[in-house]
Design a protein around this ligand. Structure first.
Ligand code: UTP
Length: 517
């Protein structure tokens, strides 16, 4: 790439390429200048050969024209909602929506059986979105490694892995199941989360799953930009980049060969979810069965909005297409509007980033990718002064990251299905630092323990709080491993009419038999 040195100063570029002169480098510089991003070579002359090569290879790999286009699009195409709000919004069509809160037990059971059958034929896989940097939580490790202080000290990754393990066992019991039921787990990481995530899985022996069925893949990055669209540098020889948002998953699935891997495994249906929801029902057979029964190409699990003012995005129609509309985009009267039939909010389907896709749909994303939106996140970005090269650790927001959101494909679905579930049972995200009181490690721990108590009591057991149980927020310390039960099934035959004393941590059905009295 870098040819023999010459002594000349390149007058066109103003950069001395004498040490590593080559037509390639000169052309690269000219290309960046033409794109209005020539400042990235401001310090080129100060760099040693290694640093020069590193910068050149980073800039060669970057499609600068695309970055400019994305910036242009993100900054000049404001949401169509901003001018004419309520006129373009419509509630979800009834035929696309069902609620587990309203459905009969038989109906729920029917969906579950359909889902389990698909799993039992090895047609279902899982996509985990774990590329976020978890800045609000403030942990240096990836969020999935976080210990929410359960008695077992299990990480979020382990809890999710054990749910997959248990579900494989449940599906294996379906009549006509294949000999070895497998739910492949596609784990999306990003540059910052990949090494620690992979190492954590290795150290923990893949939590009992087969490493052959866990596929790590990496989302892309985009450069950070100043407010006038100039690419920022993290050091004199490095562009500042950030993961391209959880919506980067679609390009990453394709670009890293995951779609091909799915095709090889003959996967037809996918469940995608966020790493930080401790209650997530990974590959939930009820949700999968519901979406398959509706012949959906894309599905969203939602929870009912608590109040009209709750600041969550809702799934609804925008300009006649499915979309997630942010709280800030909805007029107050629209947010308060109710359905005369049942008195519920018309716009109540709070998005929890828990999706269903057919593999056909995932393969189609490429055809409309150019039309997907980019969102601007204004952040404090570590950078260098472009005149002096001094490192700046900003105290104020100084630039932007460009992100895609995973739900931005909703407008392009042909057959969307929206499924409302019980928030208490399925949604408790870990977003904030310990002690903040909302969506934090303490609420995650509490919500799992409370669910375990509900499972136990619903199966006919009695929870006896021991004197030595230090209950946080009045929650008895009863931890049932996902290896004991996925969603409450299989407990009644062991616990009905029996008691268990807390604090207790139960790892297997055998342990449960010994713990009840
Ligand atoms: P959030 O938007 O809550 O971001 O991610 P975060 O990184 O977890 O936390 P903050 O905002 O920095 O505090 C929602 C989900 O999307 C994933 C996250 O890992 C999480 O599962 N995500 C986010 C990605 O996979 N890639 C990204 O670039 C961003």
């Amino acid at each position: 790439m870098i040819a023999a040195p010459t002594a000349s100063l390149n007058v066109n570029t103003g950069v001395n390429t004498s040490n590593s002169n080559s037509d390639d480098v000169r052309q690269l510089i000219e290309r960046y200048q033409a794109a209005g991003q020539g400042h990235l070579f401001n310090f080129y002359d100060d760099l040693n050969d290694d640093e020069k090569a590193k910068l050149v290879s980073q800039l060669e790999a970057l499609n600068v024209e695309r970055v400019n286009r994305i910036h242009q699009k993100a900054t000049t195409c404001p949401s169509p909602m901003l001018n004419n709000q309520s006129a373009t919004l419509a509630p979800l069509p009834e035929e696309c929506f069902d609620s587990v809160l309203e459905a009969s037990k038989d109906k729920t059971q029917e969906w579950r059986t359909v889902g389990l059958n698909q799993i039992s034929q090895n047609k279902v896989a899982v996509i985990l979105l774990a590329g976020g940097q978890g800045t609000r939580l403030g942990s240096s490790a990836p969020k999935g490694c976080y210990d929410i202080n359960l008695p077992s000290n299990k990480s979020l990754f382990q809890i999710q892995a054990e749910r997959i393990f248990k579900l494989q066992q449940l599906a294996q019991q379906q009549p006509g199941a294949v000999a070895n039921v497998i739910i492949p787990w596609y784990v999306m990481t990003s540059g910052p989360t990949r090494p620690a995530t992979v190492a954590f899985f290795q150290e923990n022996n893949y939590f009992g799953l087969s490493s052959d069925n866990i596929v790590f893949f990496e989302q892309g990055t985009l450069p950070c930009l100043t407010f006038d669209g100039k690419i920022m540098m993290e050091s004199k020889s490095q562009v500042a980049v950030a993961p391209d948002g959880n919506g980067g998953v679609y390009a990453a699935l394709r670009g890293t060969g995951v779609l091909a891997n799915m095709a090889e495994r003959k996967i037809e249906y996918l469940h995608a979810y966020c790493v930080d929801n401790c209650l997530v029902r990974v590959a939930d057979p009820v949700f999968i069965g519901y979406c398959v029964s509706k012949n959906a190409d894309c599905g969203a699990k939602v929870v009912r909005k608590n109040t009209p003012d709750e600041p969550v995005g809702v799934v609804c129609l925008r300009n006649a297409a499915f979309n997630v509309v942010e709280y800030s985009e909805i007029d107050e009267d629209v947010a308060h509007a109710t359905n005369p039939k049942n008195g519920q909010l018309l716009y109540s389907a709070a998005n929890i980033v828990n999706h269903f896709y057919t593999t056909d749909f995932l393969n189609k994303v490429e055809s409309f990718e150019g039309d997907l939106e980019y969102h601007i996140a204004r952040k404090k970005i570590k950078t260098v002064d472009m005149q002096t090269g001094d490192v700046i650790a900003p105290k104020q927001v100084n630039g932007m990251k460009l992100e895609m959101f995973v739900f931005d494909v909703f407008p392009f679905t042909e057959r969307m299905a929206v499924f409302e579930v019980d928030r208490r049972e399925e949604f408790s995200p870990l977003k904030n630092a310990p002690g903040t009181g909302v969506d934090c490690p303490e609420t995650s721990r509490r919500d799992i323990l409370q669910q375990n108590v509900r499972f136990f009591e619903a199966a006919g057991g009695k929870v006896v709080v021991g004197e030595d149980d230090i209950q946080a927020e009045g929650t008895p310390t009863l931890e049932l491993s996902p290896l004991v039960t996925y969603s409450g099934e299989g407990l009644a035959e062991i616990v009905a009419g029996k008691s268990i004393k807390t604090p207790v941590r139960v790892h297997s059905l055998e342990e449960l038999k010994r713990a009840v009295f």
